[in-house]
Design a protein around this ligand. Sequence first.
Ligand SMILES: [Zn+2]
Ligand SMILES: [Zn+2]
Length: 180
Amino acid sequence: MSVLIFWDNDVPPGLQQPVVRMISDILDMPVFAKDNPVMLRGYDPSRNQNDASKILGDMQDFYTRKMGCGDPILIVTGKDLYMRGRDFLFGLARPGVNVSIVSAARLQNSWYGRTNRDEDLMDRIVKEGTHELCHCMGLSHCENPECIMFYPQTLDELDRKKKMLCPKCSENLNIFKFSD
Ligand SMILES: [Zn+2]
Ligand SMILES: [Zn+2]
């Protein structure tokens, strides 16, 4: 099993390789990245945001149904995301069909009026990207505020997480990886 990342053209391309390496280290599995070939739909001009459910629906149609791709997929985009009933999302996963997305929009310091730093953005994409991929691999949320599977409501909560899974979540990931 390996993971495929589609990197959108509105996220700094220089971050791609370090992010891939870090996610691969955390998951302890091969991770490959490509530039995103798909036009992301679901833009809502009244909110200036994209509907994450719609994007994942398109991904499911294309990769899971048409191409029969069985490995977990993550899109990394710079577009701000929402879904019905939620003002915004850092990311979203559709576990049954192995597709997920993370948005760099609110992971940038500049969203909060601070100066951007590549390391901050990279760290956060790694944490949230790995979080969504782990949902695809059967993991649910964790109570441990330092674990990647903790569900952060704010950027500070996200920053408090470490770039690792707690022992319990690591064990669950291993059970998933070696289950078939
Ligand atoms: Zn989650
Ligand atoms: Zn955990």
